[in-house]
Design a protein around this ligand. Structure first.
Ligand SMILES: C[S@@+](CC[C@H](N)C(=O)[O-])C[C@H]1O[C@@H](n2cnc3c(N)ncnc32)[C@H](O)[C@@H]1O
Length: 312
């Protein structure tokens, strides 16, 4: 398995304000890079490290072994943090970290079908026990919805052409491999699209991956549940790599900070929204030039942080 360089490691762990005896949650354990930095600061505290990828957790178990029972690994989805914490008998934690997206081994292992760099079955499931994969998204999604996925998740200018080409091809036989998908996408693009500096396949593969793993849906569920599972003064830190994700995080934090949305002239609150968060990062924290030079994947990273306030 290839290594994964944790992004914004120093910044994220600093913003978590780790207390040695606190309880922390890493919702995207991966190979355990951020988890190790949190566990390193614990003395008597606990860390719950979640990932939906069982293979990643196997490596994390080795990488985090030295922290013994201070670290609990959970195979699960961060969209279900409430259920996961209930099962562990934990009401609220002192801090949470989410480092969204895919890990380097997920992208680099040909068998996972995430990448156009090698030819393998189209799969892209982070959780390999999930019943539907990229095969289902590519071959069974109605053409119009496929176009929206490519346009909205991939910001793909040629979404209509690509969706049409996939539809034409799958009427003959299903698209089964990343190589076939790559060929269809290239064939659907005009010469100008193929000449772009960024690989013309990148946006389509990313969009399908986001759909397969319902990445925005899980983020929405996590953002809804997180404030209720933080202790007062506890922080939620989210590192995102996609503008849609960053927008969702920013919006959720701001609406937690705003609380009640009733017009001022209302004598009593009828909306029921409570102020739960204080936004710490008025502007997202981004990696410095040295980190980007050492790890180009960090280029689009944005870290946002909010702190739980006592309910008012
Ligand atoms: C960018 S990597 C995290 C790397 C990690 N911070 C490290 O330092 O090794 C993202 C990880 O989050 C996991 N993941 C993504 N969405 C998830 C979700 N909804 N629930 C649980 N894990 C998720 C992926 O499987 C992947 O292993």
């Amino acid at each position: 398995m290839t290594a994964h360089a944790p992004v914004l490691l120093g910044e994220a762990v600093r913003e978590l304000n780790v207390k040695p005896d606190g309880i922390y949650l890493d919702g995207t354990c991966g190979l355990g890079g951020h988890s190790a930095a949190i566990a390193e600061r614990l003395r008597g505290g606990k860390l719950i490290s979640i990932d939906r990828d069982a293979a990643a957790l196997e490596t994390a178990a080795v990488n985090l072994e030295r922290y013994g029972d201070a670290v609990t690994l959970v195979h699960g989805n961060f969209g279900n943090i409430a259920e996961i914490l209930d099962e562990l008998g934990i009401d609220a934690v002192d801090g949470m970290l989410y480092d969204l997206g895919v890990s380097s081994p997920q992208l680099d292992e040909p068998g996972r079908g995430f990448s156009y760099a090698s030819d393998s079955a189209v799969d892209m499931r982070m959780d390999q026990s999930q019943p539907y994969s990229a095969y289902n998204v590519i071959n069974e999604t109605p053409e119009e919805r496929l176009r929206e996925i490519l346009r909205d998740y991939g910001q793909e200018r040629y979404a209509g052409r690509i969706a049409r080409a996939v539809e034409r091809r799958r009427r003959e036989r299903p698209v089964a491999t990343t190589g076939e998908l790559a060929q269809i996408v290239r064939g659907a693009m005009p010469p100008a699209g193929l000449r772009e500096r960024q690989n013309p396949l990148r946006r389509t593969f990313m969009a399908i991956r986001i759909a397969v793993n319902d990445e925005l849906g899980e983020l929405e569920r996590m953002l809804g549940a997180a404030p209720g599972r933080l202790k007062t003064g506890g922080r939620v830190c989210v590192i995102s790599f996609h503008s849609l994700e960053d927008r969702m995080v920013k919006k959720a934090f701001l609406s937690g900070e705003r609380g009640c949305t009733c017009p001022r002239e209302f004598p009593v609150c009828t909306c029921g929204f409570k102020r739960t968060l204080n936004v710490i990062t008025k502007r997202a924290i981004v990696p410095g030039d040295a980190e980007i030079a050492a790890n180009p994947r960090a280029r689009s990273a944005k870290l946002r942080v909010a702190e739980k306030v006592s309910e008012q």
